[in-house]
Design a protein around this ligand. Sequence first.
Ligand SMILES: Nc1nc2c(c(=O)[nH]1)N[C@H]1C(S)=C(S)[C@@H](COP(=O)(O)OP(=O)(O)OC[C@H]3O[C@@H](n4cnc5c(N)ncnc54)[C@H](O)[C@@H]3O)O[C@H]1N2
Ligand code: MOO
Length: 339
Amino acid sequence: MKTVPVEKAVGMVLCQDMTKIVPGEFKGTAFKKGHVIREEDIEELLKIGKEHIYVWEPEPGDVHEDEAAIRLAKATSGAHIVYEPPKEGKCTLKSLVKGLYKVKGTLLYRINSIESVSVASLPNNFTVEKDQKLAGTRVIPLVVEGNKIEEAEALCEKEGPVFEVKPYQKLKAGIVTTGNEVFKGRIQDKFGPVMKKKLDYFEAEYLGQKFCPDDMELIGEAIRSFTREGADLIILTGGMSVDPDDLTPGAVRKTGARVVTYGVPVQPGNMFLLAYLGSTALMGVPGCAMFHRTTVLDVVLPRFFAGEILEKEDFIKMGEGGFCSTCPECSYPQCYFCR
Ligand SMILES: Nc1nc2c(c(=O)[nH]1)N[C@H]1C(S)=C(S)[C@@H](COP(=O)(O)OP(=O)(O)OC[C@H]3O[C@@H](n4cnc5c(N)ncnc54)[C@H](O)[C@@H]3O)O[C@H]1N2
Ligand code: MOO
């Protein structure tokens, strides 16, 4: 690569995109790679701080930033991910589907440990929409030694890809609402509609809602009835805490289900229960989920609908970041909660 003063660069070809930033007004490409510099460009180039430009004279084995960005994007992208052509030396990865974004953290760490390589990503287990931007790949200098890119490619070949999006599966779900106050008509059910809305987001096949009094046998019967209908998921509301009438965890245990956890290091959602009765997931959802927009349930549901089976360890890890700040305006998943 050769350095040329801009005044002497008329007629020469730019070898990288050139960025202009005016705070609050503009950030983007002022000149594209490949642009042939004209007399009238000189003043603008000087204004964005370029007194010199590079002229591309590749050494054997050198890789230009655009090619490096493409190769890193290609190596790191897995299922349901596409990448855009490079802009200002960076490729942006995007999701082709609504789903759960998975990141192999250790592999990403190793790739970013290669000098000059930079791959920035959303965190693991992020819920993403179709077309959402996921990550950006680039190298820091304009030209990088090819062996650095080859090293990243080899790592991905062996252990990769780093990123994938798991689309949500079409699963069957029902709701069991317990509590004498609702069953006997003392108060109106407010829990069912909140749970139904969450299931709708995942386009679950809805099997309906069953109401039970505070009676273990009847709660157990409602669970079994949904499993006979082929439920993949049964959400249970009411009776999840410590009062004498709180019978839901006991009723779940009595069905013979394998209890993964009753209680999680997450607030709101401390009294959450996850169990598996055969292949059917039973989720005991504490009352806080009726009140707070985001609770542990919003962390668990995407993983469940993406086909994951959660174990105790998954919940233990949620403690750091499991304390919700209950912001006046909740912006989850754009926050630290349960990351
Ligand atoms: N001494 C303690 N008290 C509480 C604890 C605790 O550990 N020790 N845990 C708290 C936490 S955390 C939560 S969350 C709630 C959990 O409550 P439950 O899920 O057991 O809910 P209930 O006791 O059945 O009801 C609480 C509240 O919500 C109303 N409710 C229940 N279901 C419905 C429904 N379908 N529609 C409308 N309203 C409903 C119910 O009438 C009560 O007012 O416990 C804390 N307490
Ligand atoms: O299960 Mo309760 O969060 O912590 O409100």
